[in-house]
Design a protein around this ligand. Structure first.
Ligand code: PLP
Length: 372
């Protein structure tokens, strides 16, 4: 048996007729840049999240960059964020001459610890950038409250949490900006690069739209500094196709994640496998189904031999990365460091069958027994 880590083939097989027809329609009308599917997708995603504005962009990274530019972010400005994330979160801050300020995570959810944020605020702080890691949104109410007290913006990095709910609201509609990614392996993916910015603020939406097309307020009137940050029509058409069964996929992800959690809860404590905690007032769309184990390398090796692919998100926190450690100043962020040593992600897709899940768990039991 060999299981895919993320099963995009079954998804395409289920949606082939619609996706192929949508691609063909773009080829027929030929408006490859800013064609009608771009607006159609933006309207569909705004409706889905409940946010007033959706602006599609070239990638999740570009979404974060454009959101910061819309805030008129200046060199030397600081952004408080988590070190336990993909590098893109901090990268955009540095690209604009800013400084990422890392605060530690909660050990049970692996999301930024909102109670540590206030102590990290300085006169240079402009924004807080929480990440909904693995598909579970961070403590957004607490983070928004700290931001409001200090006049800061909040940019939710929702690259992994699109589709997740928090207190009956959707990820991407929880703060000044929500930014997501349509990288193929994310909960809502395209067949290349893509992303989107969400906001309820008319001025921020207008600024983001202009920055996306080289800062133009109208053709060849460059009102501000911008980037070439559009998402192509073909990729928008593909996401429109994927939206047709996205509600079903989210329900599947929640159910499959819950089933994994239950199967893990039944394992002997001696295996020392730790589950992620999902808070009662929110859910997790499991962009990655992640847990923590001892002797991770041996466990991964054993699983690989049994045909079960695994991955690590992420093996080193940003404050210990060769480039980003200059911003950590030898900081010790023990929960991030421990998580980076122990986390491991299992195969996860909306099409993962119960029998496949059972074999993953059986292989995990065998692998952890041998390694203990
Ligand atoms: C994937 C990801 C990004 C970047 O998205 P791209 O579309 O690949 O640019 C940013 N932040 C997090 C947390 C991600 O997982």
């Amino acid at each position: 048996m060999s299981l895919p880590f993320i099963d995009l083939k079954s998804q395409y097989a289920a949606l082939k007729t619609s996706i192929d027809a949508r691609i063909q329609r773009v080829l027929d009308h030929g408006q490859y840049i800013m064609g009608p599917e771009v607006k159609e997708l933006e309207q569909a995603l705004a409706t889905y999240t409940g946010a007033k504005h959706c602006i599609t962009v070239a990638s999740g990274t570009e979404a974060l960059l454009i959101a910061l530019m819309a805030l008129d972010f200046k060199p030397g400005d600081e952004v408080i964020t988590t070190p336990f994330t993909f590098a893109a979160t901090a990268e955009v801050i540095v690209l604009l001459g800013g400084v990422p300020v890392f605060v530690d995570i909660e050990p049970d959810t692996c999301n930024i610890d909102a109670s540590l944020i206030e102590a990290a605020i300085t006169p240079r702080t402009r924004a807080i950038m929480p990440v909904g890691l693995y598909g579970q949104v961070a403590d957004m109410d607490e983070i928004n409250a700290v931001a409001a007290r200090h006049g800061l913006a909040v940019i939710e990095d929702a690259a992994q949490s699109f589709g997740a709910s928090y207190k009956s609201r959707k990820s991407c509609n929880l703060s000044t900006f929500g930014c997501t990614s349509f990288f193929p392996s994310k909960p809502l993916g395209c067949y290349g690069d893509g992303g989107a910015i969400f906001t309820n603020d008319d001025a921020m939406a207008q600024a983001s739209r202009e920055i996306r097309v080289h800062g133009q307020s109208q053709r060849y009137t460059h009102t501000r500094l911008g980037v070439g940050g559009r998402m192509d029509t073909l990729q928008c058409a593909i996401v429109l196709g994927k939206l047709e069964r996205f509600d079903w996929e989210v329900a599947q992800r929640l159910a499959i994640g819950e089933r994994y959690q239950q199967l893990l809860a039944e394992l002997p404590a001696s295996l020392n496998i730790q589950r992620l905690v999902v808070r009662d007032d929110r859910d997790c769309v499991w962009a990655q189904f992640t847990l923590s184990v001892d002797h991770r390398e041996q466990v991964q090796q054993r699983l690989q031999e049994a045909g079960i692919p695994t991955a690590i998100h992420y093996p080193k926190p940003l404050h210990q990365q060769p480039f980003y450690q200059r911003y950590g100043q030898g900081q010790s962020l023990p929960h991030s460091e421990r998580a980076a040593r122990r986390v491991m992600s299992l195969p996860m897709s909306a099409d993962l069958a119960p029998a496949q899940q059972d074999s993953v768990i059986q292989a995990l039991i065998a692998a952890t027994r041998v390694s203990a």
